[in-house]
Structures are given as C-alpha cells and as structure tokens.
Design a protein around this ligand. Structure first.
Ligand SMILES: [Zn+2]
Length: 208
C-alpha cells in the first residue's frame, strides 16, 4: 500500500512496547515514542491536511486505538496489531513517515488497516497460527484478506464522497507490482478494488 516503503508493510501481529528504546548501529540509542492519536480525533499530514480519524471498533466491539510511532527506523508505514502485550486492545500503528503521503493514499491506508480489525482478519490470522495451519494456508488467507480490506477501504471512501472510480488505480501506485507471499499483485488488487468500487453505495444524496 502507498509508496515503496508501504509496500513492505507487514500484515500480522504488531507488538509494540510503549517508550521502547532502539539501539542503532552507531551505538546511539533513540527512544521510539508512541503517541495515541485516538483521543485527539485527527491526524495532521505534513502538507497540513487534517484527516479525521474514524471512530472504529473491531469485530468484537473493542475500540481501535490509532497510534503514531515516532523515531523508529522501521520501514513499515502502517500496521494493524495490538497494543503491547494486551491482545485485547486492537491498534493501528502509523509510522511518522506515513504523514508525508498524499492525503487520499493516507486515507486509503488508514481504512485498509482498520478493515483488518473490523472484519476480524487479525483475530483469524492469530487463531490460524495457533491452530497450526500451514504457512501456505495462512498466506492464502492473508492474500484474500488484503483484497477484502482494499474492498472495504474503497467502499468507505466512495460513501464519504472522497473517491471517484478514476482515482482507484492511483491508490495502489506504491504497492508491490508482483505482490508477495502475502500480497496479491498490484493489477489483481486494482481490478478487485474497481469491482468493489462499482458495487459500493455512493455518498448519500442531499435532498433539495
Ligand atoms: Zn493489509
């Protein structure tokens, strides 16, 4: 998703300890900071655009925390997972570098990651791991979930009136062209997202 960096986004469990310290190769230690954005209700992108955070719950009705990660060297820009060791607190981690993305790509990535929680993907993947499903089975699940999350995200954006069909392809510019073990190819994702866009309801019409 998103740019080159985004495309290496891992789908899976994030474990993040608050105020963890990363020791870099130089020996210099830099504290990673985790800022809970849920309370402030929006994210400000580097171009000044304010993106309102949807108030979201996962499939089990638990509020999803949106957490900005500052000071990490991780190339992952968006990740769905859980807060620290508390598996009961679903979270979406946003690397501070993601704030440089164009607003529509940022919004799409946000909705995509939230979808992994709302549709129960994270729980299912964890359960599949503990049920000792094979790597291949879990990779197939993950690929299907990527497309489901894309579908959900373009639907949400169409409903809120911020996406037209000719804008769908651009959302995938930074994704892996040939996909990965857990990601469908870019063309497959775009084709699927376009079919989802067509089926999704448009924004509510305002009565005159
Ligand atoms: Zn995903």
């Amino acid at each position: 998703m998103g740019r080159r960096i985004l495309s290496s986004k891992m789908f899976g469990i994030a474990t993040a300890a608050f105020a963890a310290v990363s020791v870099f190769a130089t020996g210099e230690a830099k504290a990673e900071q985790f800022v809970d954005l849920s309370a402030q209700g929006h994210v400000e992108l580097s171009d000044g655009t304010k993106v309102e955070l949807p108030v979201s719950q996962d499939l089990h009705g638990r509020a999803i925390k949106v957490i900005k990660v500052v000071g990490t060297k991780s190339p992952v820009q968006f990740k769905a997972g859980h807060v620290s060791n508390k598996a009961e607190v679903p979270a979406l981690f946003i690397n501070e570098t993601a704030l440089n993305l164009p607003p529509h790509v940022f919004r799409f990535s946000l909705e995509h990651e939230l979808a992994h929680h709302k549709l129960g993907h994270i729980t299912n993947i964890i359960n599949a791991f503990f049920a000792r499903k094979s790597l291949e089975e879990r990779a197939e699940m993950a690929k299907a979930y990527e497309k489901e999350a894309d579908c959900y995200a373009v639907g949400e954006m169409k409903r809120s009136g911020v996406l037209k069909s000719d804008g769908v392809g651009a959302l995938f510019q930074g994704t892996l062209k040939n996909g990965s073990a857990v990601h469908p190819s870019r063309d497959e994702r775009i084709e699927h997202a376009l079919s989802c866009f067509k089926k999704a309801k448009g924004p509510a019409l305002v009565r005159k």
